[in-house]
Design a protein around this ligand. Structure first.
Ligand SMILES: [Zn+2]
Length: 241
């Protein structure tokens, strides 16, 4: 399965590289066709190695932008055009200008959107103290769970930055699925890590098409050689230790 990662969607004039227009998002949906799956379907099948290399596509959105609610949920989920998505919330940003408030997050979580934590203040977790790391992971989890009345076991690393110390702390905090920014199919180099393609507005539709149809081809020479030699996991463990 392939996991796509978006941020804010706007009508026109994106303010930064991670902000995409509605038109670009529509073009991506057209490329995905009927391959989109719900978060529930993804979570049921993601541990199965056989299912993992299917072309199914999961949509995820980071940072709790208002467009998760006003655009993706209101225009696509409620009309059945997409079968839900994952939304990763930095809890300190809830209710800030341009971001969803708690009522919106509660509403979408009851209706096909799987809510995950994106920490509290959207900090690079590899740079903070153990105390701060624990707070980012556990306080965000408990605040989301209190609001939503359900367990929150999904976590996306802010800026896609992580290390072994960070993932160990996240697992200890009770998260089971940790989402990174890496190319390829969804299965990361550890069973609890999930790779996502982060879309930016300097990627054209052809790039997206290539990734959807041959995600492994996008990962490059070093990945191909180390995978063939069976040492990719060890290399990644060294890199992220
Ligand atoms: Zn983020």
């Amino acid at each position: 399965m392939i996991v796509l990662n978006y941020h804010e969607l706007v009508e026109a004039s994106p303010s930064n590289a991670w902000c995409l227009t509605h038109e670009t998002f529509d073009a991506h949906l057209a490329l995905c066709g009927d391959r989109l799956v719900s978060p529930q379907t993804f979570l049921e099948h993601c541990p199965d190695p056989k299912a993992s290399r299917t072309g199914a596509v999961l949509l995820t959105f980071d940072d709790g932008f208002l467009s998760d609610y006003t655009h993706v949920y209101a225009r696509y989920v409620t009309t059945g055009r997409i079968p839900g998505f994952m939304s990763f919330i930095p809890v300190d940003f809830v209710g800030a200008p341009g971001r969803m408030n708690w009522e919106m997050i509660e509403e979408i979580s009851r209706d096909g959107v799987a809510i995950g934590s994106h920490g509290m203040a959207h900090v690079d977790l590899t740079t903070v103290s153990d105390v701060e790391l624990g707070r980012e992971l556990t306080v965000s989890k408990s605040m989301l769970e209190d609001r939503l009345g359900r367990q929150v076991a999904l976590f996306a690393f802010p800026y896609g930055r992580f290390s072994r110390r960070v993932w160990d702390a996240a697992l200890r905090a009770g998260y089971t699925h940790l989402f990174t920014i890496q190319l390829g199919y969804h299965r990361g180099f550890e069973p609890f890590l999930y790779s996502r393609l982060c879309l930016t507005n300097n990627m054209d539709a052809e790039y997206m098409r290539q990734h959807l149809f041959d995600p492994d081809a996008m990962r490059g020479f070093a990945w191909r050689i180390s995978s063939r030699l069976g040492i990719y996991r060890q290399l990644m463990r060294l890199r992220y230790r």
